[in-house]
Structures are given as structure tokens and as C-alpha cells.
Design a protein around this ligand. Structure first.
Ligand code: KG4
Ligand code: ZN
Length: 371
């Protein structure tokens, strides 16, 4: 539904519950000023899922139901505002684990009706993709790489509603691969930081691991074969019942991290070319988001590539790269400015590709196939 909005400043309450973080935030936009994150509350569920080796959707949904009102109350309190100061409520209505998305959407609808506020329906991936505009006032169009436990895609962000997916994973997301390899090597979850720590002490050239799809001239990626290759190497080294030595484990971590960073580097180079094809001009800036963007080897490789290509490298602060509600509030502000208000019939969507034109990716990611 489109409505004419004639207001200059916007105070948005954002709500996020698409995976294992229950989050609420208040963000204020004023024309000609930097946006202000007045509060950003995130309640994680790591301890609820840690014995299951992954996120259990039913447990996640129940925990969201228990936490949504508490995090929202706390977000309002920390912003020093009340519901009467809020102009609209934006909520993630997909893609993600359906139970969690439904919990957040129902909660937001109830709040919107009760407080007589407009509701804005936000695609979770748009929240990530629009973050550089919240943090760095990035101009459209820009190139974006989302890399996390649930996402992996290159996007041309044309405007708040138009995204072109240049490519993405055809199986696991990179964070998922880090987590699975960490589990295989008996390292702590989440796997990314644990592997990065071990990798620092290992030799990245010790093992020759595959770089899946690296020779294909497109932006698609694959990480499941790499995972299997690490498993086979580990099995080979343990064949006579000997546990993996500390040195071998560190070398495996370093070699695995090197393989992932090599692939991401090469595919980003291709994405720069692909960006030109889609927009007719060279990318001025490149932004990364998602938990895996915290990895220093990956980050520095991509940053150096940008330097050599004279492209601005942008990485929002980590708390805004990972799942949170400030990015949902911000995406909501962008849509609200365009007059995009949802009606109460808006539904929860387990899958919701950002790019409405390209055919859907089959890739899964720990949050399930989504884009
Ligand atoms: O964005 P995020 O918090 O949640 C979603 O998956 O949406 O990302 C979490 C993922 C996990 O898979 C975690 O292992 C990975 O990001 N991660 C890292 C690092 N820190 C977090 N991967 C590689 N290196 C890191 N330093
Ligand atoms: Zn996310």
C-alpha cells in the first residue's frame, strides 16, 4: 500500500527475529543530519542451541515469543522515548526461520494496531544491504558482499527497493562452513573466530585445498566441497587412531581460511566487472557485511583489492554487520520515505529474494534457502 508521507523527521522502531537474535531498536532520521541510533537491543540465543550443533527453529521461535516484548521495552527505555514518540514500526517479515519471522511480525502488527502506528515490512537482506547508508551515507548504486552464517551474495544496491544479485553461494554460506569445520576440529562455536585464532598460528600453505568455482567467470560460490576436503584430510591424518596434532589442526585452519579468502577475493574481482555490466559505470564503493566480514584475512584481502582498483572500501561496525534491529529500522525509514506502508494482511515469508528478477539461488545457509 502506498501512502503520501509528508513528514521530514522520522523516528522508527525496528523489530528483528528472523534467526536466533531477538532485537529491537529505535533509529531517528532528520534531513541533512546523520541518522541517530537511539537504541539497539539484541538478545541472542547461543546457549539455547549450543547442545544441538545448530539452530533449532522451534526453540528459536519460542525464545523470540518470550523476549520480543522485553527487548522492545528496553529499546524504548534506552532511547528515552515512549511509543507516542514513534512514527512507525518496521519489522523483518522474511526471509528466515518462519517461526521466528512470524513471532516478530505478529508482535509488530499487534503493537502497530494498539498504538495506531503505520507498519513497514522489511526484507532482512535489505536491512543488511542498506546498512552502509545508515553508517556512511553511501550513495546508490554500490556493490555489496553479504557474508555470514546465513547469507552469501554479491549485490548491486540500486536503490532502497531495487537490488541485482550478481551471484551467491550455491550451497553453504561461508560462516556456516567456518562453523562446521570448527565443529569437526573440536573448536568452540561460533567457528569463525575460533578458526581465525588457530589459523594465525598455522601455515596456510601446509595443505592444498580446493578453491571451488574459482575458475568460473561468474560470481557464484560454493563452500561444501571445501568442507568435505577438510574432513577427508582430517580422516587421513587420524587413520591409525591418533588424534590430530595441534600443529596439523592449526595448519588445517590456516589452509581452510586461505582457501575461503582466495575464493572471495577472486569473486569480488569478477563482481567489479559484473557491476560495470549492470550499471554502465565502475563501482565507486564496495561494502561488506555479515559476521564473516570480521575475519581479518578476508577483510584485508578485499580492502587491498579495493585500494588497487581505487574503489572505496566500506565495512560497517561489527554490531551493525551482524543481525540487529537498527538496520531493520533504517531500511524501514528508507521505505517509509518512499511511502511504503504495509497493510495488516502482510505475511511472513521464509524465502524472499531481494532480487525479484534473477532466478532464485538454491543455496541454503543455516537459516534455510532464502534468496
Ligand atoms: O552475521 P552473523 O552474526 O549471523 C548470521 O549468520 O546471520 O554471522 C555469524 C557467522 C558465524 O557463522 C560465525 O562463525 C561467522 O559469522 N564469523 C566469522 C568470524 N566472526 C564471526 N567467520 C570468520 N571469521 C571471523 N572472525
Ligand atoms: Zn542477517
Amino acid at each position: 500500500m502506498y501512502r503520501n508521507i509528508n513528514k521530514s523527521a522520522i523516528t522508527m522502531l525496528g523489530i528483528e527475529s528472523s534467526c536466533d537474535d531477538t532485537a529491537a531498536a529505535v533509529v531517528r532520521y532528520e534531513p541533512n543530519n546523520e541518522p541517530l541510533i537511539l537504541s539497539n537491543e539484541v538478545s541472542g540465543q547461543n546457549e539455547l542451541h549450543q547442545n544441538f550443533g545448530g539452530i533449532v527453529p522451534e526453540i528459536a521461535a519460542r525464545a523470540h515469543v518470550e523476549k520480543l516484548d522485553l527487548v522492545t521495552k528496553s529499546a524504548l527505555e534506552h532511547s528515552l522515548l515512549t511509543l507516542s514518540d514513534i512514527d512507525a514500526i518496521s519489522v523483518t517479515s522474511g526471509p528466515g526461520l518462519i517461526g521466528g519471522v512470524l513471532s516478530g511480525l505478529m508482535f509488530a502488527k499487534g503493537l502497530a494496531v494498539g498504538a495506531n502506528l503505520p507498519l513497514v515490512s522489511v526484507n532482512h537482506l535489505a536491512g543488511h544491504a542498506l546498512t552502509p547508508r545508515l553508517t556512511d551515507n553511501m550513495n546508490f548504486p554500490y556493490l555489496m558482499l553479504l557474508i555470514s552464517g546465513g547469507h552469501c551474495q554479491f549485490l548491486v544496491v540500486k536503490n532502497a527497493e531495487e537490488f541485482v544479485r550478481l551471484g551467491g553461494t550455491i550451497d553453504d554460506a561461508p560462516g556456516e562452513a567456518f562453523d562446521k569445520i570448527a565443529k569437526l576440529l573440536d573448536l568452540k562455536q561460533p567457528g569463525g573466530p575460533s578458526i581465525e585464532k588457530e589459523a594465525k598460528l598455522g601455515n596456510p600453505l601446509a595443505f592444498s585445498l580446493p578453491r571451488p568455482l574459482i575458475d568460473r567467470p561468474d560470481c557464484d560460490l560454493s563452500f561444501s566441497g571445501l568442507k568435505t576436503a577438510v574432513l577427508r584430510l582430517k580422516e587421513k591424518m587420524e587413520f591409525d587412531g591418533q588424534p590430530l596434532s595441534t600443529i596439523s589442526r592449526r595448519d588445517l585452519c590456516a589452509s581452510f581460511q586461505r582457501a575461503i579468502s582466495d575464493v572471495l577475493l577472486k569473486k569480488t574481482e569478477i563482481a567489479f566487472h559484473s557491476f560495470v555490466k549492470h550499471t554502465g559505470s565502475k563501482a565507486k564503493s564496495f561494502s561488506i557485511a555479515g559476521g564473516v566480514a570480521a575475519n581479518l584475512e578476508i577483510r584485508s584481502k578485499l580492502e587491498n583489492l579495493c585500494k588497487s582498483q581505487k574503489v572505496i572500501f566500506n565495512a560497517p561496525p561489527l554490531n551493525l554487520c551482524t543481525d540487529n534491529a537498527a538496520i531493520i529500522a533504517w531500511a524501514g525509514i528508507e521505505l517509509y520515505k518512499l511511502g511504503k506502508i504495509a497493510d495488516m494482511s502482510v505475511g511472513a515469508r521464509p524465502r524472499w529474494p531481494l532480487d525479484q528478477i534473477s532466478s532464485p539461488m538454491l543455496g541454503s545457509g543455516k537459516k534455510g534457502a532464502k534468496a
